[in-house]
Design a protein around this ligand. Structure first.
Ligand SMILES: *Cc1c(COP(=O)(O)O)cnc(C)c1O
Length: 434
């Protein structure tokens, strides 16, 4: 599909598939973040494992490592194949970040990482901690009292606020979450119940982020978690890749030049899918093919990449209203850090209509008895439309993948769902026509 047609379809909020013409071979792509930075993040999360076990007993079974299972979903694969009369070559898996401890979404990776890193920095500076300590000591009144002198702020459409709010409150920080108009009511209620100060805005995500950023200016005791620029958030997400690599090995899923890996990740501002993508490409190089999925009304990453304007363009600039049921993906302007990385690492994109999210939600529930939230369901646009897209078929041909597809593994990244209250879940399932 040529660029003009992509633009036309994007403007009219029609679903598109897009293969990235700027994708470079892994050895030539853009690497602004080093392996050492990712190792350092991974080591920090390991140091914090005893704190997590102490403050969140739900993490004891995984020894304080906040990680999700990788689950085969053969019934979902069959359901998709029968519903759309297609053959999806290879196997289909679900990465269950919907079930991540503490925050019930992919935000448990980046959000929690950035806050514990900030806490560690403060405590080491104040001589209340050294990296050799057993970090269970952080779960104490003395430390909570000290951290209570500091404030963490974040702008959020919901899940980032939940993740940052819950972990910050557990550490004793004051915390303010600036919520955009898209945020679901239950997410605000849950946060308030944990003592988090929730501020509501009539505007979109960028406006909530701006409000938080302003509030933290000129104060050394206020720290803003900046989803549009944060390297620390990115690093927290990136740690997912080495862990996925181990899971693939343990489950004897081969990824090499004759066994391609396809990964489909819902994208909002880009931080979560971007960090995961970047670290996966470092590990699996040209054998991994990463696709982002965005709502037809909020395709900010696709727009940034296709226009070459990155964060300098927003979806309203092309006449979209930016509203979507996929609250986690309701973002009008992409991350500047991630869009520049995606430019040479991302295989392509799918956009998806809101109505399809509920369809996929129903499919997954009927076939596997797994519930994930609507934003998460965007991932299934990849496998569901893999075959009938000429863009994707051209990609397969150009990369010489056609004869390897039967050996391929497809992973849909389930990005959230565990904290959805029962009545809301019921409503979603009704909407999915179960
Ligand atoms: C935040 C979120 C995403 C996307 O992450 P970004 O960092 O905003 O791109 C996807 N799904 C869910 C459920 C989310 O909460």
């Amino acid at each position: 599909m040529n660029e003009n047609r992509i633009f036309e379809h994007m403007k009219q909020a029609i679903e598109v598939e897009w293969a990235n013409p700027h994708l470079l071979p892994a050895r030539e792509a853009y690497y602004p973040i080093s392996d050492e930075q990712i190792f350092d993040a991974s080591a920090r999360l390991n140091r914090f494992s005893s704190f997590f076990m102490s403050a969140f007993p739900e993490t004891i079974p995984t020894k304080g490592i906040i990680e999700s299972p990788l689950t085969a979903i053969p019934n979902m694969k069959e359901y998709i194949e029968q519903s759309y009369q297609l053959h999806l070559p290879g196997t289909l898996y679900l990465k269950r970040d919907d079930s991540l401890a503490i925050a019930g979404s992919v935000k448990a990776r980046g959000g929690i990482y950035e806050v514990v890193k900030h806490a560690e920095d403060i405590l080491i500076r104040s001589k209340l901690l050294n990296p050799q300590n057993d970090y269970a000591c952080i779960n104490s009144d003395e430390i909570r009292k000290h951290l209570g002198k500091y404030t963490i702020e974040v702008g959020s459409t919901g899940n980032l606020g939940l993740s940052i709010g819950i972990i910050s409150a557990a550490l004793g920080f004051e915390v303010i979450v600036h919520m955009s108009a898209d945020a679901k009511e239950w997410k605000k209620t849950l946060l308030r119940s944990k003592g988090v100060n929730v501020k509501e805005y009539a505007g979109d995500y960028s406006m909530a982020v701006d409000a938080g950023r302003k509030s933290c200016e000129n104060s050394s005791h206020r720290y803003f978690v900046d989803d549009e620029h944060s390297v620390n958030l990115f690093l927290g997400y990136a740690v997912a890749a080495e862990r996925l690599q181990k899971q693939l090995e343990n489950q004897q899923i081969t990824v090499d030049c004759s066994h391609p890996l396809f990964v489909y990740i819902p994208c909002g501002v880009g931080g979560a899918p971007g960090g995961i993508m970047y670290a996966l490409r470092k590990i699996f190089k040209d054998n991994v093919h990463i696709f982002f999925i965005e709502p037809t009304q909020a395709p900010c990453m696709l727009l940034g990449l296709v226009s070459g304007k990155f964060e300098k363009i927003c979806v309203q600039d092309i006449g979209l209203h930016g509203l979507t049921e996929a609250d986690g993906l309701a973002v009008s302007r992409c991350s500047s850090l991630v869009s520049k990385i995606a430019d040479t690492h991302l295989a392509g994109e799918f956009t998806v209509e809101d109505s399809m999210l509920y369809k996929y939600l129903g499919f997954l529930w009927k076939s596997e008895k797994i519930f994930i939230e609507p934003s998460s369901c965007a991932a299934f646009a990849g496998p569901a439309r893999f075959n009938d897209s000429t863009e994707i078929q051209d990609y397969i041909t150009r990369r010489n993948l056609a004869d390897k597809l039967e050996n391929s593994c497809h992973i849909c990244w389930a990005t959230g769902g565990n904290l959805v209250p029962a009545d809301i879940r019921e409503g979603y399932l009704n909407k999915a026509d179960i």
